[in-house]
Design a binder for this molecule. Sequence first.
Ligand SMILES: [Zn+2]
Length: 254
Amino acid sequence: MCVLFALHFFVVNFAHAGLHVVIDPGHGGVDTGATRGSIRESHIALSVAKKLAEHLRADNRFTVTLTRESDIALTLPERAAVAKRVKADLFISIHANASEDPRAQGVEFWFQNQLPANEESLFLVSRENQSHESSNRGQSHGGDETPSPQRDVSRIIEDLHRNHRIAASSDFSQTLLSAWYAEGRRKNKNAIRQAPFFVVSEVHVPSVLVELGFLSHENEGPRLSDVSHQALMARHLSEGVSQFASRLGSERIQ
Ligand SMILES: [Zn+2]
């Protein structure tokens, strides 16, 4: 019920102009993200993002914007600003993971939560939020916190929006996961995760951060840089976005 209501909340734009999907290839330029030899997370993310954009642009239900189209560095606020500027309906940030545990493998879909994060998710959040923290260093966050009835009302409205967005982001993650494993492969039991990543918490539409797999895994690492595997991953993601859009569409006519 909550999810249906949340989806309904995001249907308005879809009824008018289709869905504007913002794809955010993580890292870029001097910010390589995780590496394995000469393999860079930033390159994998850009390649998969471009392939995903190609799939979605072939479907007239979607308008697509990439936060970066080349190997350049962008701060996290700049990425979130792109989503705001184009009035995105969906936001998907693409990354690859690395772990000190050589057994760690598999895709993960992360969405924002308001729960305390565990140690493992905090470690990943600190890695993925690094460029934001370095760009923000030295700035102070002032602000007038004097209570007022208007502020209370706007906070309640903000909370409602946030709760709907989190429920819709959860549903978006589940849909992407089902599409990813549609071929019956064994699911990673921790594939849906929640953490306060900057990009997915600052973009005010259903948002997911995808970790495509682990560069640190001996088989999965090299495979992530394989062009045909990247094409397959992009197809899985495209199928998930398409299924989510179809759900929004069927919500609209109910
Ligand atoms: Zn990353």
